[in-house]
Every structure is written in structure tokens, then in C-alpha cells.
Design a binder for this molecule. Structure first.
Ligand code: 5AD
Ligand code: SF4
Length: 475
């Protein structure tokens, strides 16, 4: 069993000593990294590590990195330079700080990190977190010897070896059910950094979901790089798809809301579309990346679907759940993108009418097919296209929010609001809402009248309980 030494003791644990050690985790990137950071803390808890909000004086700092876009490595090395100073001052005081780089930059750069930042003790890829206790023990033994690198894709499944999630996540919780991706979109590093698609079995997902709900979670977001490709082994021995899993989880009492992200249009099967129509706990908001509205670009991106396929899919989803609101990801300036291609993206956006979306300038990722493709698009064109696209998406989001004003919506209260005396929560469509209210409403679902809309959020007031909750779309 990973995590324990051969004699059964947890490495680094000294019986009778003060074993409380401070762990600070810095998380960059997606929700899966947020989840991974929590799980790394879980793995290290038996060694006496407790989470610390600051890196100063910590016994261990983990930098959980993201490689998806931009100057990921440069950002990592500049952060490491800052952490090095803290490590040095801890050592000057006679202590020791174990410095670990985790996540997708660790996976992509591997030993390169140690060449440029030799003071780093551990470099570990996303599939090796369950081995952290052994790495910490090795790094401690090797204090003067050398650092530890673990960037293999181990044959064992990480999730079979991770301890049960222990830290409560709160009213809304993430649960990773699937990792990795076999789609190989031309621009994307994920298949290289996270590896091939792997799905967790039903029993461990259901057990974790029940535990999260027991700890107070009312909403669970199922996570995966390609979450709707999930297909897990059920206790009966049969294989379930995501729709069946969603139905199972929706049966957990006190679990009010379910979401899943991120999906690929190709993996939206009939059963999942139907689940949107008849599983009330499945929220009427779906993040469904399309990347481009041009068939030429979609082919160049290796997305394996056309713009028309996507539009048809949206129609079918809206037939199943008319109030469904959509979000998406877009890339402008993929190699070869012309003005005409970009206009096709704008057309698709106008046709779908998104409630919100993320849009990015194409960024060359070393080792991906698009990085070496001819006809790279210049920065000025990328900038201009991104601005035009974002203006359109902003308008659509603003209109979606504005259309909510005057409606009564069901809000899951997740914490205090922005101002004193306020509470904050989320609509079924994931819009943040602030309203006057007492903190004892946190962790409940309430009816809220929407009084005003901002670009990214709504302002409301407690509706009288006799009001019906309306979950109609706001557009
Ligand atoms: N350049 C720009 N955006 C990218 N994404 C992924 N790789 C790149 C890249 N090389 C975007 C995609 C994806 C989201 C998570 O990040 O839109 O859906
Ligand atoms: Fe990357 Fe998503 Fe394409 Fe997979 S489906 S390669 S994660 S963009």
C-alpha cells in the first residue's frame, strides 16, 4: 500500500514527537488542480502535515502548476525564485522546507525544472500524487543527496491508492471521476501531461460523493478533462456511462445539485442528453467547449465535429431541457485561421447565445501538432479577434443576466456576500448572487428575487417563501 513504509509505519512520522508540520499548497489552473491540491493535502495528513495559508515558515510548499496556455514555465520559475528565498530563510533558522513542483508543468518539464531550479526537492506529475509520502521520505533522506523526480505514468491507478478524501470542501464540492484525454486536439497539452483517458469505478465515486454530502456538500461538480467520456465499472460488473452515474448520484439524499465539467461535444450521447431532461438535480447549465465555428479550423484542430454538429447538439439539449444555459471555450488565432474562419466563430456564437464563455488567444504549446504548423497567426490579428469575440460574449452574458431581473430563482447559499450583512450563492445557471441575509442561511437553498444584474453577477433579496422557485432560463 502506497504511503506506508515496509514496516507499516508512515514515513516521517515520529511517535511521541510534535508531528504537526505546515503544508502550503499554491494552486494554479483548472478545477481539477484545485481538487488535486486538496487530495495532496489528504495524502500528506498522516505524516502530520496540516494546511497553512502562507508559505512563510512552511515545512513543505507544493506549487501545483498549469501548462495549458501562456508562459507557463516562466511563471513557475519566477514563483520558484520567490519560494527559494523563504526556503533559505527557513534553513538559516535551522529548519527545512521541502519544495515540490506538481501538476502539468512538472509533467512537461520534468528534469528541466531541476536544472534551472536545483533547490527544488520534488518534481511530481499529476498521476503520482499517491506516492507523495514516499517522495517526501526520500527527499528527506536525500537532503544532501539529490532531488526526487516522479513523472511516470504509473501502471497502478492513482485513485486506487489515494486515501479517502478527508478535508471537507464546503457547500459546493468537486469530485474527479475521470482524468486524461485521448482526443489529441492539435493545440492541447493535456493528452501529454495528464495521459490517456482513465475512469474511476462507480463504487469509489459513489462512496466519495456520500462522504462529501455527509460533510455538508449540497452541490457536487463531477470533474474530468473529458468528463462525459467517463465509463466506469459498476458493482454488477457492467460498464456505466455518465448518464447512469448522474442518475445514481442524484439519488443520494440531501444532494441537491449536480454538475459536470468539462465535456467534449463528441461524447454527449443520447442517454446524457435525456438525463438533462429528466434529472432535476442535474443543473440546467452546461459548459460545452466548441473552440471555433469554422469547419476548416475544427478539422485543423482535430475536434472531430463540425459547427453544424455542435448546433444540432445544442438544439437537442435545449429540446430536452428548454431552460438550459450554455458556456463554452473558444480559441482565436489557431494556425491557419483566416478572417472568414473567425467570422464563422462569431456566427456560431450569435446562433447559440451563450450565458457565459471563456476565450483565449491561441498559444503555442511545445510538442503539440499545432505548435509546428505553418501559417501561425500574428499577435495583432489574435488581439483584434479576441477583443471582438469577447465583446460579443460579454454582450450575451450581460443580456442573460439582465433577463433574470424580476425573476425568483433558487439560490444555493455558499458563503458570506461581498458586503457586510450580505450572503452569497449561485443560481442553477452558476451566476453568483449577493443579497442581504444572515450567515445562518449558508448551506441552504433559498428563493431569491433578482433585483439587479451586473456583468458577472446578480443582486437579489430574499423572496417570500410562498413564491414559487422559477428555474426558467433568463434569456
Ligand atoms: N492555446 C489557447 N487556448 C488553449 N486551450 C487549450 N490549449 C490551448 C492553447 N494551446 C483552451 C481551450 C480549452 C481550454 C481549457 O483552454 O479552449 O478548452
Ligand atoms: Fe485538450 Fe479537451 Fe481536446 Fe482533450 S478534448 S485534447 S483536454 S482540448
Amino acid at each position: 500500500m502506497s504511503g506506508n513504509s515496509a514496516d507499516g509505519r508512515v514515513p516521517g512520522f515520529v511517535p511521541g514527537a510534535d508531528n504537526r508540520k505546515k503544508l502550503h499548497v499554491i494552486t494554479w489552473g483548472c478545477q481539477m488542480n484545485v481538487y488535486d491540491s486538496l487530495r495532496m493535502a489528504d495524502v500528506l495528513a498522516p505524516l502530520g502535515f496540516t494546511s497553512s495559508p502562507l508559505p512563510d515558515g512552511a515545512d513543505m510548499v507544493i506549487l501545483n502548476t498549469c501548462h495549458i496556455r501562456d508562459k507557463a514555465s516562466e511563471k513557475v520559475f519566477s514563483e520558484l525564485g520567490r519560494l527559494r528565498l523563504l526556503k533559505q530563510s527557513k534553513e538559516a533558522a535551522g529548519g527545512r522546507m521541502v519544495l515540490a513542483v506538481a501538476g502539468c508543468v512538472a509533467q512537461a518539464e520534468g528534469a528541466e525544472i531541476l536544472l534551472r531550479a536545483p533547490y527544488v526537492d520534488i518534481v511530481l506529475g499529476p498521476q503520482t500524487y499517491h506516492r507523495l509520502p514516499e517522495m517526501v521520505a526520500r527527499a528527506s533522506r536525500a537532503a544532501k543527496g539529490g532531488p526526487v523526480i516522479e513523472t511516470d505514468f504509473p501502471t497502478e491507478q492513482k485513485f486506487d491508492f489515494l486515501p479517502e478524501a478527508s478535508a471537507p470542501q464546503g457547500v459546493t464540492a468537486f469530485l474527479t471521476i475521470q482524468e486524461g484525454c485521448d482526443k489529441f486536439c492539435s493545440f492541447c497539452v493535456v493528452p501529454y501531461t495528464r495521459g490517456v483517458e482513465a475512469s474511476r469505478p462507480v463504487a469509489s465515486i459513489v462512496a466519495e460523493a456520500r462522504k462529501l454530502v455527509g460533510q455538508g456538500a449540497l452541490e457536487i461538480t463531477l470533474l474530468g478533462q473529458n468528463v462525459n467520456a467517463w465509463h466506469g465499472e459498476a458493482p454488477s460488473g457492467s460498464t456505466w456511462g455518465l448518464a447512469r452515474l448522474v442518475r445514481e448520484l442524484a439519488g443520494i439524499s440531501n444532494l441537491l445539485r449536480l454538475r459536470y465539467t468539462t465535456s467534449h461535444p463528441r461524447d454527449m450521447d443520447d442517454a446524457l442528453i435525456a438525463a438533462h431532461g429528466d434529472v432535476p438535480a442535474l443543473m440546467p447549465f452546461l459548459h460545452l467547449p466548441v473552440q471555433s465555428g469554422s469547419d476548416r479550423m475544427l478539422a485543423a484542430m482535430n475536434r472531430k465535429h463540425t459547427a453544424e454538429d455542435y448546433l444540432r447538439l445544442v438544439d437537442r439539449l435545449r429540446d430536452a431541457r428548454p431552460e438550459l444555459a450554455l458556456s463554452s471555450d473558444f480559441i482565436v488565432g489557431h494556425p491557419g485561421e483566416t478572417e472568414t474562419d473567425f467570422e464563422a466563430t462569431m456566427d456560431l456564437v450569435r446562433k447559440v447565445n451563450f450565458a457565459q464563455a471563456f476565450s483565449f488567444k491561441y498559444s503555442q504549446r511545445p510538442g503539440t501538432p499545432a505548435a509546428g504548423a505553418p501559417h501561425q497567426v500574428g499577435e495583432p490579428d489574435k488581439d483584434r479577434r479576441l477583443q471582438a469575440l469577447q465583446a460579443l460574449l460579454r454582450d450575451q452574458q450581460g443580456a442573460f443576466n439582465a433577463a433574470c431581473v424580476g425573476r425568483t430563482m433558487s439560490i444555493l447559499v455558499t458563503g458570506p456576500g461581498r458586503q457586510p450583512g450580505q450572503i452569497g450563492g449561485r443560481t442553477p445557471f452558476l451566476q453568483p448572487v449577493h443579497l442581504p441575509g444572515s450567515l445562518d442561511r449558508i448551506g441552504t437553498e433559498i428563493s431569491v428575487r433578482i433585483d439587479a444584474a451586473r456583468q458577472n453577477s446578480l443582486v437579489g433579496s430574499l423572496a417570500s417563501t410562498s413564491n414559487l422557485i422559477q428555474e426558467r432560463a433568463c434569456a
